[in-house]
Design a protein around this ligand. Structure first.
Ligand code: UN1
Length: 512
């Protein structure tokens, strides 16, 4: 913890600061409610953070609205320069912020650092994008007319993020939203308030050095009521929400009721198909990292393996052997592969899913258990487990945010694709094959129904350059790279007449 105190110092955050107000727009009133941050690594309380009341929330959004006027007037490449500077600060603080992510959330240090790298990458992407944001021009059907489109900022973008990627998912949204000319109001997970405050203090410094109002990046800390305020608030032009399908449905309903815009990035139930033509030497680490990385708490985590009958037994044996080599423990110790789950409630969900799987006929190849003894005092460390199942079992259809891997057998690729698509979620998917026909069938319109479909890599660990998101209960939103920026802007079609006549479109005659 002294190590953590030093990190907080370097990130300009006081370790235990109930007021939590200095220099940050975070919406805390004196004597208001507090959020406590506990580390799942050792069970320690790391910090208390002021919670935003409804009153605070309204004050913060008012500052955001005010700041929007200033920010949108800045040319996009100048906004990009501010985002570039934010990326530079993240490079400087990568070790500290990555360590804090690992300590507050529980993912391995490698993954904590990877998450900060993802933030740096999106800043680079957004900086380049700030000189693009291209609209199309198209020929007008009328003589002496010109037609084109422009992209304008939307206004205030709300961001609801989840505990599992406590900083990267915010940055995907914020960096893109900013270069597009929007200001942001961020409600992070109430389970990871400290990393959010760290990010806020970094961007606040960048904005201050550029003489810009901090309202360009706002932070409101708190639980579900704040999410509801964001969803119902007509000042929030776009609400980008990452989390459970249950949360997404209630956000989508409230936003749709006011005809607002939303980007939803919800649950996944991601599968890898391992065919008879797979290179098992790469299929194995892909499956294991996908299933146990971030202790199975990525929305892209591998939850299902669909394995061809001819390689099933061989692959199963290698998989079970690999699980035997997993080292579980303090994620800050680089000797460990797997850290804890986020909290004891998550451990409860893990145990409930295992029990349900057994009742429904699943057979465990590697049994799950909650680990106890030295180093496991937080009660959040669990044994990653594997169950042999049939694809239609209710528990296999559900996303459990824990390292539980379901393995099942198939005979034909049509059947494997049918199984892969037979769940309500549609985020990420992969096929392991060296056979061109199999790979292309999997990627075709009749193949995977997911937003992400990979060949010879696993389901998790997407790069920021592509659009990230998925179909069906995953919510349909796209964030991050490619042209996902378009969802953060409004498109305006402009027709300009430079002739001295007024011809009407569609050849309509209207003579006065
Ligand atoms: C998430 O789990 O919400 O593709 C995001 C990945 C990461 C992002 C995951 N780049 O696994």
């Amino acid at each position: 913890t002294t190590h953590i105190a030093a990190i907080l110092g370097r990130l300009a955050i006081a370790p235990i600061n109930p007021a939590w107000s200095t220099g940050s727009i975070h919406g805390t009133s004196e004597g208001g409610a507090l959020l406590e941050s506990f580390s799942p690594v050792d069970g320690e309380r790391i910090a208390t953070v002021g919670e935003a009341s409804a009153h605070d929330y309204h004050a913060v959004v008012a500052r955001a609205v005010e700041s929007f006027g200033i920010w949108r007037a800045l040319p996009a490449p100048q906004r990009g320069e501010v985002v570039r500077q934010f990326g530079e600060e993240l490079r400087r603080h990568k070790q500290d912020l990555g360590t804090l992510v690992s300590y507050e959330m529980g993912k391995s240090l490698q993954e904590g650092l990877g998450e900060v790298q993802e933030m740096i990458d999106i800043c680079d992407f957004a900086t380049g994008l700030s000189r693009q944001l291209y609209g199309l021009t198209m020929p007008s059907e009328r003589p002496g007319h010109r037609m084109y489109e422009q992209w304008h900022p939307l206004g205030v973008v709300g961001i609801i993020s989840a505990f599992n990627f406590p900083v990267a998912v915010w940055s995907w949204n914020a960096a893109i939203a900013w270069v597009c000319g929007n200001v942001c109001v961020w409600k992070p997970s109430e389970k990871t308030p400290l990393t959010a405050t760290a990010c806020q203090s970094i961007i606040a410094g960048v904005l201050a050095r550029n003489g810009l109002p901090e309202g360009i990046s706002c932070l409101v800390q708190g639980g579900r009521p704040l999410g509801e305020l964001l969803a119902r608030d007509p000042r929030i032009a776009l609400l980008s929400a990452t989390g459970s399908t249950r949360m997404g449905k209630s956000v989508a309903e409230a936003v749709a009721a006011r005809l607002g815009k939303s980007i939803l990035e919800l649950g996944g139930n991601n599968a890898i198909i391992i065919t008879e033509h797979a290179d098992l030497d790469i299929a194995l680490p892909a499956a294991v990292f996908g299933a146990v990385g971030t202790a199975g708490q990525r929305c892209t985590s591998t939850r299902r393996l669909i394995v061809h009958a001819s390689v099933y037994e061989a692959f199963k044996a290698r998989l079970v052997r690999a699980y035997g080599q997993l080292r579980i423990g303090d994620p800050l110790d680089e000797a460990h592969h797997v850290g804890p789950l986020i909290d004891r409630a998550a451990v409860g969900n893990y145990l409930a899913a295992i029990a349900a799987c057994e009742v429904q006929g699943g057979r465990f190849l590697v049994a799950g258990e909650v680990l106890s003894g030295e180093g496991y005092a937080s009660g959040c460390y669990v044994q990653p487990c594997i169950a042999e199942v049939s694809p239609d079992m209710a528990i296999v259809q559900a996303e459990t945010f824990a390292p539980i891997l379901y393995i099942m057998k198939y005979e034909t690729l049509d059947e494997a694709i049918r199984i892969q698509n037979s769940v309500p979620q549609g985020l990420s998917s992969a096929i392991m094959t060296l056979n061109l026909r199999e790979a292309e069938q999997f990627l075709s319109a009749g193949g995977s129904d997911c937003g992400i479909a990979n060949v010879n890599i696993g389901t998790s660990g997407a790069e920021i350059g592509g659009a990230f998101g998925g179909e069906k209960e995953t919510g349909g939103g796209r964030e991050s790279g490619s042209d996902a920026w378009k969802a953060y802007m409004r498109r305006q079609t402009n027709t300009i007449n430079y002739s001295d006549k007024l011809p009407l479109a569609q050849g309509i005659r209207f003579d006065l």
